[in-house]
Design a protein around this ligand. Structure first.
Ligand SMILES: C[S@@+](CC[C@H](N)C(=O)[O-])C[C@H]1O[C@@H](n2cnc3c(N)ncnc32)[C@H](O)[C@@H]1O
Ligand SMILES: [Zn+2]
Length: 356
């Protein structure tokens, strides 16, 4: 178990040469020239400047990170969220290996087994999984659409060299058919078209490579789903996701401030709490994740309340649908299950068929 990633062990010579070669222009798939004098194998941050493709495209490097997207996009609220709650869910902060357990379960292998593999993590947020990946492999590439990359950089750059970019997974700036493992956790349900997203992730894998994903699931109990719909959460979400990221965060934090002390008392009594949660519909983990220290749990509740009220897309799927999508894309040895504690709903891993 490794809840606290070790300090930076690498340097220009120990970083992977792979970090030098995997970036390509998202428009032309041609190699990209990093800012002069910088060796990507030395890790992050990059010197600010420009990267150029041989066809003439230019992309900025700002605050140490190559940026391939406009800063204002549908994931902007996530960017603010992860900068505000930069360390909340990191195992190195909580002292409890919740992220490691979830990651290893989804991977279907231990983190040690990732050593030597080329790993792509997409939608990396503040880096609850990145910090573990970077501590265990020397060829980690991480990407997120939002400014969450700024939080990720601060959290992970001192652990070991890796490559971090701000990019859209629907137009990835990486060489196709390249990675041994592609990890995308907590993300696909928040993209416009989950099936298209899974197909794009698959295109980054080499034949035989492993895809590791999860997805929100439909609730099994229909009465529960109906109750959840007729709750303050529904109209509040309608409003909060349409506000600016700053106003959205203010609203959800104020709501959490009122609700959390009430839910902290009622959550011990399941039936009562079910009713109270119609009005005080904030996330509440005091009973469900008792390992978390109460102050960190309070922060985690506030973070997840914001997440569930401001994410623009919130798709749901059945395990059979995820399984069918993977099969259609040529995956084999598919593991796809619903309902693991501490997970997002459906979790899956599968290998890309050698003929795909
Ligand atoms: C709920 S967060 C999960 C972050 C991290 N994987 C975790 O579990 O803590 C979803 C992340 O996906 C990112 N995201 C959403 N759409 C994306 C896209 N098209 N390309 C890349 N990242 C995306 C968001 O910016 C956000 O940081
Ligand atoms: Zn180009």
């Amino acid at each position: 178990m490794s809840t606290a990633p070790s300090a930076r062990s690498g340097g220009p010579s120990s970083g992977s040469g792979f970090l030098r070669d995997c970036l390509v222009c998202p428009d032309h798939a041609s190699p990209l020239e990093p800012p002069s004098g910088h060796d990507p194998a030395s890790g992050m941050p990059w010197p600010d400047g420009e990267i150029r493709c041989s066809e003439g495209c230019v992309f900025p490097v700002e605050q140490g990170i190559p940026r391939f997207v406009e800063r204002d996009n549908y994931a902007a609220a996530f960017g603010l969220q992860w900068r505000r709650f930069r360390r909340t869910q990191l195992d190195s902060h909580t002292g409890v290996p919740l992220s490691q357990r979830r990651l290893e379960r989804c991977l279907g292998m231990t983190l040690d087994e990732l050593r030597g593999k080329k790993v792509l993590e997409v939608g990396s947020g503040a880096g609850r999984f990145t910090e573990l990946l970077v501590a265990h492999c020397d060829s980690v590439v991480s990407a997120d659409l939002s400014d969450a990359v700024d939080a990720n950089l601060e959290n992970c750059m001192d652990i070991s060299p890796y490559l971090l970019v701000q990019a859209d997974l629907r137009k990835p700036p990486f060489r196709a058919n390249t990675f041994d493992v592609v990890i995308c956790l907590g993300v696909i349900q928040h993209t416009p078209d989950p099936e298209q997203t899974i197909a794009t992730l698959a295109a980054e894998l080499r034949p035989g490579g492993r895809l590791v994903i999860d997805h929100y699931a439909y609730r099994a109990d229909r009465f529960g789903a109906l109750l959840a719909f007729f709750s303050v959460h529904t109209p509040l979400r309608w409003i909060a996701k349409r506000l600016s990221p700053v106003a959205g965060l203010r609203l959800t934090s104020a709501y959490h401030r009122i609700s959390d002390p009430i839910r902290r008392r009622t959550c011990r009594y399941k039936q009562l709490d079910r009713l109270v949660a119609r009005i005080f519909a904030t996330s509440c983990y005091y009973e469900t994740i008792p390992e978390l220290p109460p102050e960190i749990c309070r922060e985690w509740n506030e973070l997840d309340t914001h997440d569930s009220l401001t994410d623009w897309y919130q798709h749901k799927r059945k395990p059979e649908q995820i399984h069918a999508t993977l099969e259609r894309l040529g995956f084999v040895n598919i593991w796809c299950e619903k309902g693991h504690r501490g997970g997002n709903g459906i979790e899956a891993h599968a290998e890309l068929g050698r003929g795909s």
